[in-house]
Design a protein around this ligand. Structure first.
Ligand SMILES: [Zn+2]
Ligand SMILES: [Zn+2]
Length: 188
């Protein structure tokens, strides 16, 4: 199919299959007159209107895409509910324990790499990334009674992408589970 007949936004549905409206117009013109209708003379919106006026189904992919986009509100994703989410984030943002975890990691390895994908912010972003990594509390908050103190060993150090991926969806993943997914996807 010629690329100038592609449709960015619209699909015409014919017998359950989708076609760019402009392309169908140009083909129809080709059959009728032997000349393909010049693309410039019939834009995508005109083609869409042409078919809609004749009761054909035309899908606006922009509307469709909006339905496919999941809300990225952290709290709505959090499986344990919003109170538990706040508690979890509070623990992670407790700078003392995250700072300790980072200091220990620096002392042990000399760098701050993501526990999942090994991204090193300083290596990637230079001076701007110096000393940056996020702390992730690995124990499900439901297991904490509120009195238990967070230990440095409870904190995983992860980049912002991997941190979001750990929390995303209906099930909090473990670092090992996300690591498995990350490397399976990297190999292919
Ligand atoms: Zn990462
Ligand atoms: Zn986290």
């Amino acid at each position: 199919m010629p690329t100038e007949r592609n449709s960015v936004h619209y699909d015409l549905v014919l017998n359950g299959k989708r076609y760019p409206p402009k392309y169908v117009v140009s083909l129809a013109t080709l059959f009728a007159t032997g000349d393909e209708y010049p693309a410039a003379d019939f834009n995508a919106v005109e083609a869409k209107n042409f078919f809609q006026a004749r009761d054909y189904e035309v899908i606006d992919r922009r509307g469709e895409a909006e339905h496919e986009i999941v809300s990225e509100d952290d709290e709505s994703d959090f499986p344990e509910g919003s109170a538990k989410f706040k508690q979890h984030r509070y623990l992670e943002r407790d700078s003392k324990i995250t700072k300790k975890a980072k200091a220990k990691r620096l002392a042990d390895t000399g760098k701050l790499e993501c526990d999942v994908c090994t991204l090193d912010f300083e290596q990637q972003y230079g001076e701007r990334g110096h000393g940056f990594i996020e702390g992730h509390h690995t124990k499900p908050v439901s297991m904490l009674d509120g009195k238990e103190k967070t230990k440095v060993s409870d904190i995983a150090l992860v980049c912002s992408n991997c941190h979001r991926m750990l929390h995303r969806g209906t099930k909090l993943l473990s670092v090992a589970q996300l690591k498995k997914i990350f490397y399976e996807c990297t190999i292919t």
